[in-house]
Structure formats: C-alpha cells, structure tokens
Write a protein that binds this ligand. Structure first.
Ligand code: ADP
Ligand code: MG
Length: 252
C-alpha cells in the first residue's frame, strides 16, 4: 500500500495554547482512517493544517512525496485534498446546486470573479463545474433537491450538501470533520454507507468523528489524539482495548 500522506512532527501553537504537539502519522492510499480524541484534542487543528487553512508552527506534511505544508489551500485542493468543515459552510440563500458550484469556483484559478464576468475560459469551466456538481449531488442522493434553497434543508441534508461540495473538486484524499454530528441513528448509518461508497470509488478518507459505532464500523485504522498529542494508533479493536485511550475518554 502506497503512502498518500506523511505528517512528520506537526506542532501548532496559538499563542500559549499548543493545539498539536509533535504529531506524526501516515495515511495509506485506499484506507478509511479515523482521527479521534476528546474535545479540544486538536483534531480540527490537524485538519486545518492538512488542508492548508493555516501552516503548522513546525513540522512537515508530504502528499504523494511533495511537501505541502507551506502551500495555499487552493494549491492543496488542486493537488487532490478536499475537506468538509465541522461548522457547516453553506450559503443559505443559494440553491443546493449553486452551493456545490461555488465551492468549486472558490478553489479554481479563474475563480468566482471570472465566472461572474463570463470570461470565455470561465464559460467552458462553468459547464465542467456544473456537470461535476450534478454528478456529486446525485451521488449523495440530493438530486430531487438540487434547486431548493439550502436554507430550507434539515441538518442531515446539509451534511450531504457539504459532502457533495467536497467531492465536486474530485479529491484523492477527503477529510471529513464530524460529518455525522447531530445526525439521527438512521442518518448516521446512511452516512457510514456513503463514506464506504466514496472509499470504493478509490478516494482515501481521513475522518474525525465522535460516534464510536461509526468510527469502529468503517475505519481500517484509527489515530488517537489527546491534549494535542498522539497517544495511540491501531485497528479499531486495538484502540478499543488501549488503556491510554480509555483513560483519555474517562477523563473527559
Ligand atoms: P478538537 O477539534 O479536537 O475538538 P481543536 O483542534 O478545535 O480540537 O482545538 C484544539 C485546541 O486549540 C483547543 O484548545 C482550541 O481552543 C485551540 N484552538 C483551535 N483553533 C484555534 C485558533 N484558531 N485560535 C486559538 N486557539 C485555537
Ligand atoms: Mg473539532
């Protein structure tokens, strides 16, 4: 199995707060890897570094052998890493389709401005983006709602919309930050199935999730953070029986 991403000694400080401390791991191609840990453990901060929302304070990130930790989020997205956000990033007065398309425009070179000004290059790109957006809207099962205002959708559908938007950029590595938060039991099971279907398309997945049934059910490997540090890594079974992990959760 090829290593898709390698993180070496990642540390992120915000003033006096060390959100991640010397964290190293690899993500192998074709796997669903889980990132778990109590609230404030540094999971979202890790995703923010991997998707270049901000750079690490120290440490290296290699994606397919290439250093990416100082790149822009556009460039990292172009290289094939896409993500969803813990706090939904949805435009409530735009349709489902527009939301998925905007997500893509904001990450392409010609971008929103060129699209708005209707440059010829943007027109061609627009068509490609429209098709890619519809394909992903169908894939997540929102095709009947493509024209509906996002603001009128319940949480479960908004999470699917976030997912469609992330998929429309055709990632090779998808980062999902609490994609099942707030979903009911049935919706959570459906999300599990959807995540597995995404992996079966050949997309590697790194997922932050609190629902332990979901994590244990879909992950090939799990990495555990506590107070910014990696305290364990292994199969779901190994993690469930790991004393450091149990202690970290009991102390929450
Ligand atoms: P998790 O996602 O595991 O709940 P986070 O990565 O969101 O944890 O947060 C880890 C720590 O870093 C927390 O103490 C949080 O308050 C702090 N933190 C995260 N982002 C910022 C930021 N932009 N500025 C200051 N502190 C932050
Ligand atoms: Mg978080």
């Amino acid at each position: 199995m090829r290593n898709l991403l390698e993180a070496h000694g990642l540390t992120k400080s915000f003033g006096g707060v060390v959100a991640n401390r010397d964290v190293s791991f690899t993500l192998e191609e074709g796997l669903i890897v889980g990132l778990i840990g109590p609230n404030g453990a540094g999971k979202s901060t890790m995703f923010n570094m991997l998707s270049a929302v901000f750079p690490p304070t120290t440490g290296e990130i290699k994606y397919k052998g290439q250093r990416i930790e100082k790149m822009s989020s556009y460039k990292v997205c172009e290289l094939g890493i896409s993500r969803t956000f813990q706090n939904l990033q949805v435009f409530k007065n735009m349709s489902v389709l527009e939301n998925v398309m905007v997500g893509h425009h904001s990450r392409t070179k010609s971008g929103m401005l060129a699209a708005a000004l209707r440059f010829p290059s943007a027109k061609k790109e627009e068509k490609i983006i429209l098709e890619a957006a519809m394909e992903q809207i169908k894939f997540v099962g929102l095709e009947d709602l493509y024209d509906v205002n996002a603001g009128s959708l319940p949480l479960g559908k908004l999470r699917l919309l976030e997912l469609a938007r992330a998929l429309a950029t055709k990632p090779e590595l998808l980062l999902l930050d609490e994609i099942a938060a707030g979903l009911n039991h049935i919706e959570t099971l459906e999300m599990s199935e959807l995540i597995k279907r995404i992996r079966n398309k050949g997309i590697s997945i790194f997922v932050v999730e609190h629902d332990m049934d979901l994590v244990m059910g879909i992950c090939d490997k799990i990495i555990v953070l506590d107070q910014g540090m990696k305290i364990a890594e292994g199969t779901p079974k190994e993690i469930q029986n790991n004393e450091k992990v149990i202690a970290a959760y009991l102390g929450e």
